[in-house]
Design a protein around this ligand. Structure first.
Ligand SMILES: Nc1ncnc2c1ncn2[C@@H]1O[C@H](COP(=O)(O)OP(=O)(O)OP(=O)(O)O)[C@@H](O)[C@H]1O
Length: 662
């Protein structure tokens, strides 16, 4: 598939997507986080791309949301779902659900949702989810103690791009390699031609080094796991809390992570810790060992009476001769003892192994002096030995850990993705529970289903009252219908409920009702109530909209709230009657809320269906409303109800004659 074939993907975005490992599969997977790894593609854009890929797969041109108010209802539906996610990933991923007119897309979404609503949105799982995020690629680590070497320009270019962590050096012969061996702890030669090379130092000829990055630069894998530690631990906790079967062995993962520090270095190895501390503490330990020896000698000298022969004394005074010879002669034993103490201190303080201790012996030589002095060359030799041993051990442990983690690299991607997808599922499950939802039946012409919609016990979460106080509504319409009713009876709320149920149903989502069947509409046109009379220009534009609407395709749902307010009542009634006639002729499903139902019915030259939200009456000046529209019933208006009440209460002809006019 060409990436540009996806709706909304132009040449620039396609080029960015091609930077991904497997662009087509990634885009098709709907994995918003993976798509967002393409340069310059944020998660919101990734969600649009994923949605575009779904559309393309289902041959779906995505025209269902045909008006601003319809798009608003979709946003409100998405927000209700998104509010129930824990992770940003899930919030974005939910945006890949959109109202579709494609049966296969709705089926696909419904099968995901049907599984999702069975999940238990356990608070412990939600808590664990808080730490899960898509895996991140840490910045490239520079490794300075190792280099790659080649004589070939092409290999050099390949090496630089495959292993940016290491310097790549050009070599011509064994001498060059051996020189590199002096600057780097490890040299990896990439050319077969150097096989059998015999140079000093840690030099390997490995023509396959570029294909085995885990071996060549274990630091890369270690940095990846170190950077993602918290996410991985959280994803593991989610699997346990939700009893999901994990894609990666969690004990192995935890064990490996425990051996890794946040900066990608190894922890928990006693020998490595000993060597590291020995290198770090060497200088300090040498100077403490000197003090130990000095103290010992000072005490010894203090306690001794030293007899100096006259000639010695003279030579001391005259020639400034050093006391070394005196020390040597008079205090040889004490000096040896002090040196032994110094060596012992060094070996103990640095916890040296016997062969290292041998080197340490040379730090304190046999040439007597006071204060005691150390041999700098011996110290730096010891330091070099310890450093090399530390680096060798670290390299071995890194390689071992990287090889353990190598097997986990792919599975942890799935582990984290499964945890994030669980958040998507749990948000849907919570939505379904919070609003007492049911899976709707979405029927199309292919399934021979009825036209229009039928909602039973529908309760709108979009009402301005608490959901607990939302009264259930039963409403079914097929064909063009007028919805009449008292003021504040719930007409607008009914349109909102119908729009929400249809939009959710075509997204493949559960709907807030006891049962619902909706036609698979090609387009949903929902027009909100206009704010007052329009001027001539706006009125003309609105009429043109409806002109286009009645010219449009089959399979439309048209919901219109009090269109009459756009112009004067007489003209409005005629216009609405005309629009209804056209829609009815096309077999569209339409609900027009209007206070002019009677006038429209009179103006229409077909039998317009009229439903009504009826007031059961006035109780203490308050309207009692039966929220479910009554089929085939023109509801009495609020003024009519009040006149009726007055006519009953007062015994005057005025109210009775007023009432007759209704
Ligand atoms: N099903 C319901 N359950 C509980 N309350 C409802 C329900 N439907 C509507 N209401 C309440 O009634 C109020 C008025 O509803 P709505 O605006 O839908 O009435 P309307 O018939 O369109 O009014 P108007 O004729 O003034 O345009 C809402 O704000 C809401 O508080």
């Amino acid at each position: 598939m060409e990436l540009e074939a996806i709706p909304g993907v132009g040449a620039k975005t396609a080029a960015a997507l091609r930077e991904l490992d497997d662009p087509v599969a990634t885009v098709e997977s709907g994995d918003v986080a993976a798509i967002a790894r393409a340069p310059g593609v944020n998660e919101a854009r990734a969600a649009r791309i994923a949605r575009g890929a779904i559309r393309r797969r289902h041959g779906d041109d995505g025209r269902v949301l045909a008006t601003d108010r319809a798009r608003e209802v979709y946003r409100e539906a998405i927000d209700l779902l998104r509010e129930r996610t824990v992770t940003d990933y899930a919030a974005k991923r939910l945006e890949t659900f959109y109202p579709s007119a494609s049966a296969s897309r709705i089926d696909e979404a419904q099968s995901f949702v049907e599984e999702a609503v069975e999940r238990d949105p356990d608070p412990a799982v939600r808590e664990a989810l808080a730490g899960v995020e898509p895996l991140t690629d840490p910045p490239t680590v520079r490794v300075r103690d190792r280099c790659l070497a080649t004589a070939d320009a092409e290999t050099l270019a390949r090496a630089e791009s495959a292993v940016p962590e290491l310097s790549v050096e050009t070599v011509e012969d064994a001498r060059d390699v051996s020189e590199l061996g002096r600057s780097y702890a490890t040299v990896i030669v990439l050319d077969e031609a150097f096989a059998g090379l015999d140079v000093e130092g840690d030099v390997h000829v490995r023509p396959d080094a570029l294909d085995e990055p885990a071996e060549t630069v274990p630091e890369r894998l270690l940095a990846f796991f170190a950077a993602n530690r918290a996410r991985l631990e959280a994803a593991a906790a989610v699997h346990e809390a939700a009893a999901l079967s994990p894609a990666a062995d969690l004990d192995r993962l935890r064990d490996a992570l425990a051996r890794l520090d946040d900066d990608g270095t190894i922890v928990g190895d006693e020998e490595l810790e000993r060597l590291t501390a020995a290198v770090d503490d060497l200088d300090a330990a040498v100077s403490t060992a000197e003090s130990v020896a000095d103290d010992r000698l000072r005490d010894a000298i203090r306690e001794r009476d030293v007899t100096i022969e006259g000639t010695d004394f003279l030579s001391l005074v005259e020639q400034g001769a050093r006391v070394d010879s005196l020390l040597d002669r008079e205090l040889a034993d004490e000096y040896d003892e002090a040196m032994a103490r110094a060596r012992e201190h060094l070996a103990d303080a640095l916890r040296l192994e016997p062969e290292e201790a041998e080197l340490a012996e040379r730090v304190f030589g046999d040439d007597p002096s006071f204060p005691v002095d150390h041999d700098e060359t011996a110290v730096s030799r010891l330091k070099n030995e310890l450093t090399a041993a530390r680096d060798r051990r670290a390299a071995r442990l890194k390689a071992e850990l990287a090889s353990d983690l190598g097997d986990l690299r792919e599975p942890v991607e799935t582990l984290v993705r499964d945890a994030l997808e669980l958040d998507v599922a749990l948000a849907i499950a919570r939505f379904a529970r919070d609003f007492d939802c049911v899976m709707p039946e979405v029927v199309g012409p292919d399934s021979g289903g009825a036209k229009g919609f039928r909602i039973e016990g529908g309760r709108s979460p979009l009402l301005d009252v608490d959901f607990a106080d939302a009264e259930p509504i039963d409403y079914a319409v097929s064909g063009a219908t007028l919805l009449s009713g008292v003021n504040s009876g719930g007409k607008t709320s009914t349109l909102d409920l119908v729009a929400l149920v249809v939009v959710l149903a075509q997204m493949g989502m559960p709907v807030p009702a006891e049962s619902a069947t909706v036609e698979r509409f090609e387009e949903v046109h929902y027009y909100a109530k206009s704010q007052g009379t329009l001027d001539a220009g706006a009125f003309e534009a609105t009429l043109r909209d409806f002109g286009d609407l009645v010219e449009g395709a089959d399979g439309r749902l048209v919901l219109v709230d009090e269109l009459e307010s756009i112009t004067e009542p007489g003209a409005s009634a005629k216009i609405i009657a005309g629009i209804l006639e056209a829609l009815s002729a096309q077999d569209a499903t339409a609900v027009f809320v209007s206070h002019l139902a009677r006038e429209i019915r009179d103006a229409a030259d077909f039998e317009v269906a009229v439903d009504g939200i009826e007031a059961a009456g006035l109780v203490d000046g308050e309207l009692r409303v039966n929220r479910s529209p009554r089929k085939g019933h023109l509801a009495r208006s609020t003024p009519e109800l009040i006149v009726e009440k007055l006519a009953g209460d007062r015994d005057t002809d005025f109210y009775a004659s007023l009432l007759e006019k209704f």
